[in-house]
Structure formats: structure tokens, C-alpha cells
Design a protein around this ligand. Structure first.
Ligand code: ADP
Ligand code: ASP
Ligand code: MG
Length: 456
């Protein structure tokens, strides 16, 4: 068995779904289990509907739901066998009526809870997985739809739920291999349900994570992440074009890149795969012949110090200054307790005699955090910063990496620098407005020559 996950753009239209059917068909002898994201930008659209509802704009949310139904119906009809069209219509009616009721309820209450956000955003994958399963039949690939919520069991942290592994693995093992022996199993990514059956989601971009959980649960021989780029590239293509494909990368490097902003992989994806040592491949659904990126457990020998550069925008720098006895013990504990209370995670940190600087990307509770920190220190914040993160197992063995970074960025103002914690990354903070030039300069510096074994 293999797991094949197709992201939103890979299933964004009837034409895209046809491409997917071709890709899966070519691998049908490996008993594929297919995990799909919501079609195109559906998750964003569902969240927009929820926000329109709480803003009390009834006509607008009714129109938005209508448009979303039209879109799904239009694309799905083109890939549904005639004999199943009535079934499709019934199914769409049922789901869009349910969604409308849910949204109306939210509009009445005027408040969105994490639980209701999950209920609404789950429709994307519920719809896409059903449609893709029908489409496979249309293209001559016998398929069976599986509601992911029956097998992915999570805790109750709605909008960012974590799987409960023993229960999830035992359900996957009980259900999926038997189905996959007969037909291609198609299920939605991203969604699950709590132990008492309430719909939950694994967080934005979570379909990659689903693929990996499923792969581990059924002991798949491989997990394939099909997306809209040729694989892991040496730079985020939304910031810098012309990056090179990384042919092989380690789990540790991929996880670090994902955590520091490489959206191509959800940061939790590697966890289940590492545990069961299942290789993960990133592939392009528009160019299926490109070999993609293979992610494996052992470090990959490479002549370059850096494998790829990730970045995270919208970072806020928080400077905490204490005039008295800064290093008195317990001071850092007090600081982190505040961040912990507001469930705000800290990415980077630097200390001096009288101050601590740290970065956060979630500013929801920043005002309250600053207020509490102000009780025992002076706090200032700097928004619109970015983390640029160089990742590579060789960074720690290569002398002069820091000098190369400073040389490349000599014209820019580096606000913070950090190396060491993970041994395989070196990160700097620059102003967001300097992000592109920083990435470009670093990319030129570190990828002037390429190890042909690792890059293309
Ligand atoms: P999907 O819908 O298939 O899950 P995503 O949009 O979540 O796709 O992830 C793919 C995107 O990740 C790419 O289109 C690209 O813009 C972005 N990305 C960011 N960093 C990288 C990187 N280092 N290599 C490749 N893609 C990256
Ligand atoms: N559809 C979800 C999202 O847009 C999950 C995913 O695509 O991975 O975040
Ligand atoms: Mg994604």
C-alpha cells in the first residue's frame, strides 16, 4: 500500500481531478490510499462564509454558499458518471443544506468558537473526497469513499487538534487495508473527530499530516505528497523564483524547513513517518514525471552546507528590558509563564545582561502579554519582521557559515541571529521589507555551486 495525498490545487477543477485519476491509475498496482484536500481555495471560502455570518451579512453569506455549491456542482458533474448524477445532486443538496443551517445558527449567536470553525471548514474535504471518489469511477478506477472522521481520532483542541495515535492507528488498521485490497480508498485530509464524535481539524495545511498518519497507521511502503511544485526547492518560490529542486533531504531537515515556513509540507507530517520509517516523496501533480524530493531518515551526504532557505513573514519581535537585577534567577521563568498562559509559542530568543528579545508569530494575545510583562519589566514590540532560516545537516560541520551569512547580508540590518539549538539551522531576523533581498543574497551565496547528487 502507498498513500497518495493531493493538495487543493491538485483537485481544484474537473480537469485537475482527471489528471489525478491518471496519476493514481498508473500506480493502481501499489494499492493506493488517496487523501485529498478541499478543492482549490475552498477552506478559505468556508472561513470567509463564517466571518460574513458573524458580521450579520445574511444576503452575502447566502450568496457565498450558493457560489460554493455552484462551483462544486459544476466541476463534479463533469467527472461523474451519468448513472451517479442524481446521487451527486442529492449528496450536494444534503451537505449544502446542512452547511447553511450551521451558518445560520452561527449568525444568530454572532460568535465563532473553534468547534464551530471546525464544523464549517470540514465541508471542504468532505465534499472533495466524495467527488474525487465518484470521479475515479468515471475514469475507470474502482474507488470507495471513506469518511476520514471515522478513522482519524483527535483530542478536543479544535482548529489545531492532535491525533490520538493508538485509537487512530487501530481504526485505520481495522478498516483501510481490507478496503484498499479491493478498490482505491479516497478520504479527506485535515478532518477528524474527537472521541465523542465531534468534528475536528488538524490545523491549516493539515492534509499532509493526515497522509502521514494514514501511512503510519496502515504501514504503507511510501507516502506521496502531490502538490503544485517540483518538490522541496532551495528557496520559497513565492519569495524567490529560480530555486533548485532538492532531490533528497532528511526528515530532520524537512521538519525544520516546514516549521520555519516551507508551506509545501505541514510541520507535523514527518512525525508519524519517522516513527515507522516510511519514506515521504513530494511530487508535482502537473509534472508527474519529475522525480520530486525524497525525504528519508538518515542524513544525506551533501557538499553544500545548506539544503534550503525557509522564511516566515509576519513575525513580531518582543524586547523585554529589566533595569534591575536582570539575571536574578526566576526572571526567564516569569517571562515564559506569561507566554505559556496565553498559549503563544516563541520561535527565537536572544538574551543580554539586561534584556531578552524573542519572536512570536501569533499576536492574538500580544496586548495582554505585554501588559503582564510590563508589571516587572519594560516591553517594546516591533511588528513586520521576518525569520530567514538556513537549513542543512552540514551547517554544524562547515566552518565559516556565519561569515558567509554576514557577508551576504552586509547591506541589511540583521535584528537577531540564532544558531545551535537544533544543530541544523541558522536563522536571522530581518525587517519584512528586506526579506526578498535577504533571501536572494543568501541564495546566491550558498547555492553558487551545487552538489549534483543532491540538487537539480
Ligand atoms: P497543497 O495545496 O498541495 O498542500 P501548498 O500550497 O500547501 O500546496 O504548498 C505548496 C506551496 O508551498 C508551493 O506552491 C510553494 O509556494 C510553497 N513553498 C514554500 N516554500 C517552499 C519550498 N522551499 N519548496 C517548495 N515549495 C515551497
Ligand atoms: N484544506 C485545508 C487547508 O486549506 C487543509 C489542506 O489543504 O492541507 O488548510
Ligand atoms: Mg498544503
Amino acid at each position: 500500500m502507498i498513500v497518495m495525498k493531493f493538495g487543493g490545487s491538485s483537485v481544484e477543477s474537473a480537469q485537475a481531478i482527471e489528471r489525478v485519476a491518471g496519476i493514481v491509475k498508473a500506480r493502481a498496482d501499489r494499492n493506493p490510499v488517496v487523501v485529498v484536500s478541499a478543492m482549490g481555495k475552498t477552506t478559505n471560502k468556508l472561513l470567509a462564509i463564517a466571518n460574513t455570518a458573524i458580521a450579520g451579512k445574511r444576503d452575502e453569506y447566502i450568496r457565498q454558499i450558493h457560489d460554493l455549491r455552484d462551483f462544486h456542482s459544476r466541476e463534479a458533474r463533469q467527472v461523474t458518471p451519468l448513472a451517479h448524477r442524481a446521487e451527486l445532486d442529492r449528496w450536494l443538496d444534503e451537505h449544502f443544506e446542512e452547511l447553511t443551517e450551521l451558518v445560520k445558527g452561527i449568525a444568530v449567536i454572532g460568535e465563532l468558537t473553534p468547534r464551530s470553525i471546525d464544523a464549517i471548514s470540514s465541508y471542504g474535504e468532505r465534499l472533495s473526497s466524495y467527488i474525487v471518489a465518484l470521479a475515479f469511477g468515471y475514469f475507470g478506477l474502482p474507488a470507495v469513499h471513506l469518511d476520514a472522521r471515522k478513522v482519524i481520532v483527535t483530542d478536543r483542541r479544535h482548529t489545531q487538534a492532535a491525533p490520538i495515535y493508538p485509537e487512530t492507528y487501530s481504526r485505520l488498521d481495522a478498516v483501510v487495508p481490507a478496503l484498499a485490497a479491493e478498490k482505491v480508498v479516497v478520504m479527506g485530509g485535515f478532518i477528524g473527530s474527537t472521541e465523542d464524535g465531534v468534528t475536528s481539524t488538524l490545523g491549516r495545511g493539515g492534509s499532509d499530516f493526515t497522509a502521514s498518519i494514514v501511512g503510519a497507521g496502515i504501514h504503507a511502503e511510501e507516502i506521496q505528497i502531490w502538490t503544485d511544485v517540483d518538490g522541496m526547492l532551495t528557496a520559497d518560490p513565492t519569495i524567490l523564483t529560480g530555486g533548485h529542486r532538492v532531490k533528497t533531504i532528511s526528515f530532520a531537515e524537512a521538519a525544520e524547513l516546514a516549521y520555519f515556513g516551507a508551506k509545501v509540507l505541514h510541520p507535523a507530517t514527518v512525525i508519524p513517518a519517522v516513527e515507522r520509517n516510511i519514506p515521504v516523496l513530494i511530487l508535482n501533480s502537473r509534472r508527474p514525471d519529475v522525480p520530486g524530493t525524497l525525504i528519508v531518515s538518515q542524513a544525506v551526504p551533501c557538499k553544500n552546507a545548506v539544503k534550503s532557505i525557509a522564511c516566515k513573514r509576519k513575525i513580531t519581535l518582543v524586547n523585554i528590558h529589566s533595569s534591575r537585577m536582570f539575571m536574578a534567577h526566576g526572571f526567564l521563568r516569569r517571562i515564559f509563564e506569561v507566554f505559556d498562559r496565553y498559549e503563544t509559542s516563541v520561535d527565537m530568543i536572544a538574551t543580554s545582561e539586561v534584556s531578552v528579545s524573542l519572536t512570536i508569530d501569533n499576536t492574538t494575545h500580544l496586548a495582554r502579554i505585554a501588559e503582564e510583562l510590563n508589571e516587572f519589566s519594560q516591553v517594546s514590540t516591533e511588528p513586520e519582521q521576518a525569520i530567514v532560516c538556513l537549513v542543512g545537516e552540514n551547517i554544524r560541520y562547515t566552518p565559516g557559515v556565519a561569515a558567509m551569512v554576514f557577508n551576504a547580508l552586509r547591506e541589511l540590518n540583521i535584528r537577531m541571529i540564532s544558531q545551535g539549538a537544533s544543530l541544523l539551522n541558522l536563522s536571522v531576523i530581518v525587517a519584512e521589507k528586506d526579506l526578498r533581498s535577504a533571501v536572494e543574497a543568501l541564495h546566491t551565496e550558498f547555492f553558487r555551486e551545487l552538489d549534483p547528487e543532491v540538487f537539480e
